[in-house]
Ligand binder design. Structure first.
Ligand SMILES: *Cc1c(COP(=O)(O)O)cnc(C)c1O
Length: 409
């Protein structure tokens, strides 16, 4: 049969066609009223998407650029920071903070797990100036409890800034940034907003803005103070990624339309919530399916809706599953990163994944299981039946998304 290439990866994620068209048409200069209007509109939309009243800044970089900007702008060499690490992206926080001369305390848990609040409380020191964490750890498929961590910082009267890499958390997890007291929230373009890599965005609390004034680190390209001043005039400090910004505007319009409004006028906060529910449903279908097939979840206690990490059967390299899905169905799923390579495979649900995609990857996985996995009690349809059941239950719940599917692409 012919094979259509489909990404099931937690970034880059599948592209929204309307965003691709907007990119192709974005032949405008950035020091013009046309661009300023676009930039101001998109920065305004991002505030709603992120759930903050504070300024959101866009940077021409991958997500790690905004992670670096938050360290370089908010800390000084010698500052004590606490990194909560549960995977490859937690480890990135640790290396980044060390690269900028921070003294790093670590709460580290095995891959596949999340932190106990007790361990975080124990590790906080009176001079801890920042806590760095992921909302969802994409390398292991785990969701961390940002609301509880924020509350813990408030309760313990810590003055530490809470800096959250929500690069795969935004659009897959409810995050009430201002209300919870998250000080920095970071997103990336190649994740829930369905556009190519190349943009990072972040927002800072008033406390975090104060810290940018006292940081002793040198800053130039990623000087957030300068970027904010310019953004408030509808400008970026340097040449912005114009085409990606046009794409982002189109994608946020599409997300707004998921709330049931018109393609241009929908309610973006409600659309974002529908997108989160969508990811939750795809993830719940996938978890039920793989378990019905006889496979085990890598992160059963705190699974994220961004990506599901799955263990191969004992003695099987997960690369076999990744390769077979690609060879037979052109379905691109991700292997484990670093030392998890060969030990897990990951199916993403962040962004533009729908019922049809989810059913298709589950059916393809059944085909691979039939020929390559030798699972006891295997039968076609078991995984699909479990996923169908989850879909039926979730779509019948009034609190979840309406029974009619979200607006079509
Ligand atoms: C994708 C991702 C990043 C950013 O990686 P870049 O390659 O710099 O875009 C950071 N954190 C998490 C949790 C991610 O999933």
């Amino acid at each position: 049969m012919i094979r259509k290439t489909r990404l099931f990866t937690p970034g880059p994620t599948p592209l929204l066609p309307a965003a691709q068209f907007a990119m192709a048409a974005a032949d405008i200069h950035h020091r013009t009223p046309e661009f300023r209007a676009l930039y101001e509109r998109v920065l305004g939309q991002l505030k709603v998407f992120v759930s903050t009243k504070k300024d959101v800044l866009l940077l021409a970089s991958s997500g790690t650029g905004a992670m670096e900007a938050s360290v370089s702008n908010l800390t000084s060499p010698g500052d004590r920071v606490l990194v909560l690490s549960a995977g490859k992206f937690g480890e990135r926080w640790e290396s980044l903070a060390k690269a900028f001369g921070c003294q790093v305390d670590l709460v580290s848990v095995p891959y596949g797990e999340t932190f106990s609040l007790h361990a975080i409380r124990e590790a906080l020191r009176p001079d801890t100036s920042a806590v760095l964490v992921q909302a969802t750890e994409s390398s292991t498929g785990v969701r961390h409890d940002i609301k509880a961590i924020a509350a813990l910082l408030k309760d313990s009267a810590s003055s530490a800034l809470l800096i959250v890499d929500a690069i795969t958390g935004l659009g897959t997890t409810h995050l009430d940034v201002d209300a919870w007291g998250v000080d920095v929230i970071i997103g990336g373009s190649q994740k829930a907003v369905m556009i190519p890599p190349g943009l990072a965005y972040l927002s800072l609390s008033d406390r975090a803005w104060k810290a940018t004034e006292t940081s002793k680190n040198p800053r130039y390209y990623f000087d957030l103070r300068k970027e904010r001043k310019n953004a408030q005039k509808g400008e970026s400090s340097y040449t912005p990624a114009v085409a990606l910004i046009a794409a982002l505007g189109a994608a946020l319009d599409y997300i707004a339309a998921q709330a049931g409004g018109s393609q241009t006028g929908g309610d973006l906060a409600a659309g974002r919530d529908a997108l989160i529910d969508n990811a939750e449903t795809c993830a719940a279908m996938t978890r039920a399916a793989v378990q019905a097939l006889g496979l085990k979840l890598f992160a059963p206690t705190a699974p994220s809706a961004a990506t599901t990490a799955i263990l191969p059967p004992t003695g099987v390299d997960s690369g076999v599953i990744v390769k077979e899905l690609k060879r037979r169905f052109a379905a691109i799923v991700t292997n484990g990163q670093g030392e998890m390579k060969g030990k897990i495979f990951r199916i993403a649900h962040i962004g533009l994944f729908d019922y049809m995609d989810t059913i298709a990857i589950i059916a393809a996985l059944e085909q691979v299981a039939a020929t390559s996995l030798n699972l006891p009690g295997f039968a076609y349809g078991k995984a699909l039946a479990a996923a169908q059941q989850v879909y039926a239950e979730r779509s019948a719940q009034p609190s979840s998304q309406p029974v009619e599917a979200l607006a079509a692409v």
